[in-house]
Design a protein around this ligand. Sequence first.
Ligand SMILES: C[S@@+](CC[C@H](N)C(=O)[O-])C[C@H]1O[C@@H](n2cnc3c(N)ncnc32)[C@H](O)[C@@H]1O
Length: 337
Amino acid sequence: MSAEAALRAARALHEPVMLAEVLSVLEPGRGGTFLDGTFGAGGYSVGLLEAGAGRVIALDRDPEAVARGREWAPAFEGRLEIVEGRFGDLAELVDGPLDGAVFDIGVSSMQIDEARRGFSFMKDGPLDMRMGSEGPSAAEIVNRAEEAALADIFFLYGEERASRRIARAIVAARADAPIETTRALAALVERCLPRPKPGWPHPATRVFQALRIAVNDELGELARGLSAAESLLAEGGILAVVSFHSLEDRIVKRFLRLRGGAAPGGSRHAPAAAGAAPAFEIITRKALEPGAAELARNPRARSAKLRAARRTGAPAGAVSATALGLPALSGAARGMR
Ligand SMILES: C[S@@+](CC[C@H](N)C(=O)[O-])C[C@H]1O[C@@H](n2cnc3c(N)ncnc32)[C@H](O)[C@@H]1O
């Protein structure tokens, strides 16, 4: 298949979330070099290139996403470079300065829809959940972590109130046989929780979200990626982040508040460099959300939030994980990652 045909096929398969809003805040018509920190099916990269970006450097930790993208990248004649890696390592993987950087946080629809990746309780598959090829799988965490560590993960990353009950049931079940599949885990969680009322999410939703975040260290990655973007963006460069749940949005919001200079008065979360000139001017005082037409077309856009800010000329600084409000896992739970 030619690169052009592969590009047409890729575009038909996937609709990027809030693309119009992302392009309107990033202003690729200015030209210059943009980072797409979460390449996925490449929807933002294509949008940026078609709207005038001179060059896009795209990053994804998923080797399958990178391989698919490289089939059609030549259609952009050297303007799109796709790099396999984590945006937490951005500073080592990419050279600045950047005129814009965008992150579309979370899993892709291709990852969720593929049973063998183990992200979905709706499809039976191996309990994996790794976006990349490194680190322990969800099955390794579920079958090896101590009960208290599992409960921590479910509570802190999934806001699951029955975290202890579920952790206890997992430890009892795995004493008989390891829990190896998405269906086995989903069925176990279902047995621990009341039957859902119509319209409620599936009972395993929060546990699956929590495991996915733990397996991929998603919140740590986000904190490191935001700081790296701050150091790589040129003055006037724009940072845009689309997130899908409150834990992520809270980190983005706090990062922009702290690095955008508004010190929450007298709080222990005071900016790392209190008194220093702000590194960002906030563009979106309130997060942007998808419009009704997009939600009708693409229900997966539900709960998306877009925040954006423009880099000032002030030197880059550092923000601690505590100041960003990253949930503090116990040593045992941290050690499993
Ligand atoms: C929601 S999808 C992005 C979709 C993309 N905007 C598009 O239009 O096709 C998120 C992608 O980011 C990747 N990803 C998630 N965390 C990452 C990280 N820390 N470093 C690099 N890629 C990551 C996932 O593998 C996934 O392919």
